[in-house]
Design a protein around this ligand. Sequence first.
Ligand SMILES: C[S@@+](CC[C@H](N)C(=O)[O-])C[C@H]1O[C@@H](n2cnc3c(N)ncnc32)[C@H](O)[C@@H]1O
Length: 279
Amino acid sequence: MNCIGTDLQHQILLKILGEKYASCMVEILEEDETSVERKSCLDLGCGTGMWIIDVARDFPHIEAVAVDLIPLREIELPQNLRSEVDDINLGLEHYFSGFDVVHARLIAAGISDYHHMIDQLAHVVRPGGLIDLSEFDFYIYDINHQKVLFDGDGDIRAPWWARWMYFFRNAVKEKGGDVDAATNLHTWVCSNSLFENVAYKEHWLPIVPGLHTSQTGNIEENMKSNVLTFLGAGRLSLLGNGMPEVLVTRLEREALRELEENKILQFTRLQCVTGRRKL
Ligand SMILES: C[S@@+](CC[C@H](N)C(=O)[O-])C[C@H]1O[C@@H](n2cnc3c(N)ncnc32)[C@H](O)[C@@H]1O
């Protein structure tokens, strides 16, 4: 998936998640002078690298590796961070037994078999290490956190955000992305006998904030800019899937109107799973 706007997205996610790192990550990455191996962290599908750059700075003694289809920009990267260009779908064997922490966030659109990736991660992460995965499921939810359902799948009519997401989901699926990864994340990690202490959390991102007041400061304003960028990036997917431009433009215009009118609170759901590799 296109990653424009990912820096803003990173800031929003930090606020919504309420914590920079999974709780045991700090302990796992603690410097261990008795160990011959340097502690290490891998970020799969790192985008602009906001998360892994923070990690490399916060844990200067570790080796950090950022993987994506495109290299990290040559801005001043921390010296302990390496950018690698790699397609995760081609396999992760070359990373086996290499990392204490493996992180992946919002990459499912580009992953053809997420379940297989999780099974490979069980070998990438060292015994005692951590995987930390977060994905969203390409649905829109209402105020009661129920999916916004609608009739006539292929129709171009309200509810606009749910409809836009429906077409986006189909486009991502058509291109080979694993759109059901978020839904299955917890089951897949639990079903791998090499993981233990598997924990699940979900977070609700107000895509249309409605009259919702939150404890998270100006998150709604930031969310709006992020949503606009998201619509722009999704446009390429819809067009790429053969949807006529006039329909894409109409969908976008109406979704934007729904956002501007801001009458009905609507969410996307972020599902997060952490697990420890058995010793
Ligand atoms: C939506 S961005 C998320 C970026 C970052 N993880 C974050 O949370 O800000 C998805 C990223 O995953 C990368 N990606 C998708 N499929 C990939 C694959 N098969 N191999 C490597 N990177 C991939 C994309 O290039 C893109 O940078």
